[in-house]
Design a protein. Sequence first.
Length: 223
Amino acid sequence: MGIPARRRRSLGRPRQRAGADARERLLDAALLLFAEQGIAATTVAAIASRAGVTSAMVHYYFKDRDRLLDAVAEERLLQAVTGVWMPVLETEALVPMVRGLVQRIVAATERHPWLPSLWLREIVSEGGQLRDRLMKILPFEAVRHLIGAVAAAQRRGDTDPDLDPRLVVLSVIGLTLLPLATLRLWQVLPFLQGVSREQVARHAEALLVSAFSTAPRRRAKPA
């Protein structure tokens, strides 16, 4: 006697046909929920519900929660970070390098609205569940290139010698991702109400570009 058709369908691939994009929709749903409420507070059932599929589909595509997090880091976060940072390697001029970096960060947050909040919750915060995963795969050669460009400008006397080249990347992130991730919080203050992401972008670019394009200040000689 053969296996009934209904039982045959229950073996292997889940019966639900979610379409060829089911895996992508699951990743999208996971990213949005992780950004909204954090990874620890997000269940597999919630991800499946947001994607419009059953929990069985999550396990089919990712096997377990750890593999889902690996996929989020490698296929979504890394893609966004690489798009921002790798063009740094294409120029040696410091000011265009920094200007382009700021513009790409802001553009990435427009394409991926989950990016600022997810970065704050799961990468910067202590115990963030994506931190170690992302640190293993980040394109650090681009960061090293930026550090080298700042150091070279200092040797030429084109940039303030008191700048620490290693901290420039923190300044870039601190002036872009941090205010964008906390914009809603700070807008409860009367003097920050109405600040837009475009204004944050212009401010960050102007501040950082001016730091590298003005003549370095001269230290006063000791009396």
